[in-house]
Design a protein. Structure first.
Length: 113
């Protein structure tokens, strides 16, 4: 089995003006989905991310507040799953509840070091 990272982006619940109840409902759906992956032995780990942070850039190591991207592009969290190949990892991602709210899931193979 290979390790894949699933990066969660966007979703209507993260747009300004959305109700806390809508976000809580998405969180519950995500936890249930991750629980199902764990029950099948496919969940390795993952965490939600805070919406703010810092960015360090370039040779001068310039520090700025961030991320400064559109809401649909903000990475809201990630999970690491076990799958036999990219196709199986994509099938796991297709069941992610964030897709039901116009979000996206990026699937990437973790490179072995």
């Amino acid at each position: 089995m290979e390790k894949f990272i699933l990066l969660f982006r966007g979703g209507d619940e993260h747009k300004p003006g959305q109700s806390p109840e809508a976000l809580q409902a998405l969180v519950q759906k995500m936890m249930s989905w991750i629980g199902g992956l764990a029950a099948k032995g496919q969940h390795v780990g993952g965490e939600p991310l805070q919406r703010t942070g810092k960015q360090v850039s370039g040779t001068n190591k310039t520090v700025t507040d961030g991320p400064f991207v559109e809401a649909k592009e903000i990475i809201g969290g990630y999970t690491i799953v076990l799958a036999k190949d990219i196709n199986e990892a994509v099938e796991l991602a297709k069941a992610c509840p964030i897709l039901d709210s116009n979000g996206s899931v990026e699937v990437r193979l973790l490179q072995k070091m």
